[in-house]
Design a protein around this ligand. Structure first.
Ligand SMILES: Cc1cc2nc3c(=O)[nH]c(=O)nc-3n(C[C@H](O)[C@H](O)[C@H](O)COP(=O)(O)OP(=O)(O)OC[C@H]3O[C@@H](n4cnc5c(N)ncnc54)[C@H](O)[C@@H]3O)c2cc1C
Length: 484
């Protein structure tokens, strides 16, 4: 369809100054930070209201135009590119915080609301409240993170962010609008229980089942005192054992293990491939909060006790915890981890501009094996072993991520990232981990192992919700021939 025709069509729904068709803009939206092949949209539509969104979906349905929702485009799975052309829906300007219900601890927000925006508003609330905040840049979308079932700095206790959603309002491909959770029945969207859990039809589906227009999401109390400690460890297996033991104590807000290259990258080393044997293997940070100094003291003592026990039992090489404030006095670079949301510039602002990962959720019992093998794979491909691991949901599972930075303009390096990610994906699948924010190429590898009934049901559901495949097509293999 010609640019003029697209413009004429969508002008019925959105003012012309928010319909972007110039080559430069389309080229900018065609790429993200990753190694995924570019996908150039035919038009970018900047949406700001529900009425505009509903009208745009109707026009797209009648004309078979793919719709790709996008806020910051930082999902790292190529999920907001337009491999089949169509319209990228830029949702950054559709960003009202509709309601913050302080008593029931729920926020109702529009798609473009960012972590920075909500955290700033919550700062002034009494009683103090917070949302789970990821390590993603501050301008990223809360709704996108929840819909992708991502994780944040409260996922240790409260699980993946999809679980925080209490209700959704969704525009389906047909133009029908639905509400899920208590949102369907009550003016306080307090929970997904006790109705049939239709919210699941839109979580981790990567925008293929509908355009979400409102989300009700849980907020959590923010206790007045906070302490963060860093622990330097010299033994990966002891690090993971410590994380497993601390996770089940139900005392901490967040625990994360960052492998040694992250420390060097914080100091500006772009590609650290060599570790001094005397350097720590992992930096583990623990975030804790409390209502009194005494409560914080109990929590810190629990950390020290766990370290002492592990040292005695396994002769583990682990140092005593360092207060982040003390650490920052000698190493200000670690300030990056002091407040969330934060900008991990050492990952996002590298000279080559490329960033990719294989991010997975999986059993913590297998962190050690998967990390060992992942480090081997990364070394074979010439990448520093950048690993981030965090226990989630009280230690029932955790996130294990292998991260690469690279030069996006160097075709050989891009191909190397592809090969490395494929090898990492096969390896983590062997260990029972499941990639999240799953890129299209990764889905093929998953499907070879997934229960066939599961994917068949996904395809049936998708066919009901989006029979002509206009909603972010090309993902989850929902609209292509049945895999063999
Ligand atoms: C340095 C770095 C660190 C990161 N750390 C974390 C982390 O700690 N935890 C984590 O979970 N993630 C992390 N991420 C990934 C990502 O940044 C987050 O998931 C972020 O919240 C995604 O927001 P976005 O605005 O970039 O979404 P986008 O990439 O713009 O959108 C993602 C996808 O969500 C879907 N979508 C968006 N809006 C809608 C809607 N209204 N209706 C239907 N579908 C929709 C679409 O399929 C879209 O393609 C990190 C990324 C980077 C670069």
């Amino acid at each position: 369809m010609s640019a003029t025709h697209l413009k004429v069509l969508f002008e019925q729904a959105v003012p012309p100054d928010r319909l972007l068709l110039d080559e430069r803009t389309l080229a900018a939206y065609a790429r993200d930070m990753t190694e995924h092949p570019p996908g150039r949209p035919d038009i970018v539509i900047q949406l700001t209201t529900f009425d505009e969104a509903k009208a745009v979906v109707g026009i797209a349905r009648d004309n078979g135009i793919p719709l790709i929702p996008r806020v910051a485009g930082t999902n790292l799975g190529g999920l907001s590119l337009a491999p089949r052309g169509g319209a990228i829906l830029d949702l950054t300007g559709w960003k009202k915080i509709i309601n913050i219900n302080e008593v029931d601890m729920i926020a109702i927000i529009e798609p473009g609301v960012t972590f920075r925006q909500l955290v700033d508003v919550l700062q002034h609330k009494a009683p103090p409240l917070t949302i789970g905040i990821p390590l993603s840049p501050p301008h990223t979308s809360i709704m996108a993170n929840c819909l992708l079932d991502g994780l944040g700095n409260r996922s240790l206790v409260h699980g993946a962010m999809g679980q925080w959603i209490t209700g959704l309002e969704v525009i389906l491909a047909s133009g029908q609008v639905v509400r899920t959770g208590a949102f369907a029945l009550s003016d306080v969207p307090f929970s997904r229980s006790p109705l049939p859990d239709l919210t699941g039809l839109f979580v981790s589906w990567q925008g293929t089942t509908g355009l979400v227009s409102k989300m009700a999401v849980e907020l959590k109390p923010r206790l007045p005192l906070r302490k963060q400690v860093f622990i330097l460890t010299y033994d990966r297996h002891a690090t993971y054992e410590l994380m497993r033991r601390l996770a089940r104590q139900n005392l901490f807000d967040d625990i994360a293990g960052l492998s040694w290259p992250t420390g060097k990258m914080l100091y500006g080393v772009a590609k650290p491939l060599w570790k001094d044997p005397d350097e720590p293997e992992f930096f583990t940070y623990i975030d804790m909060s409390g209502s009194s100094e005494a409560e914080l003291q109990v929590k810190e003592t629990a950390v020290c006790r766990a370290i002492d026990t592990l040292k005695k039992e396994q002769d583990a090489a682990i140092e005593d915890p360092l207060d982040l404030r003390t650490l920052c006095a000698v190493a200000p670079e670690f300030e990056t981890f002091a407040e969330f949301p934060t900008d991990l510039d050492f990952l996002t602002k590298t000279p080559g501009g490329g960033l990719s990962w294989v991010g997975t959720y999986g059993p913590m019992s297998r962190f050690d094996m998967a990390a060992d093998e992942g480090i081997g794979i990364m070394a074979r491909h010439g990448f520093p072993p950048v690993i981030v691991s965090r226990p989630m949901k009280g230690g029932h599972f955790g996130v294990l991520r292998f991260i690469e930075t690279f030069n996006r303009e160097d075709a050989a390096e891009v191909e190397n990232v592809r090969q490395c990610n494929r090898a990492l994906t096969d390896m983590v699948l062997d260990h029972g981990f499941i990639p999240y924010k799953t890129p299209a190429w990764s889905v093929d590898r998953l499907l070879g192992r997934m229960h066939p009934g599961t994917h068949a049901l996904m395809r049936q559901i998708h066919h009901v919700l989006d029979p002509t495949s206009i909603m972010n097509p090309g993902h989850w293999r929902l609209d292509v021939e049945e895999p063999k």
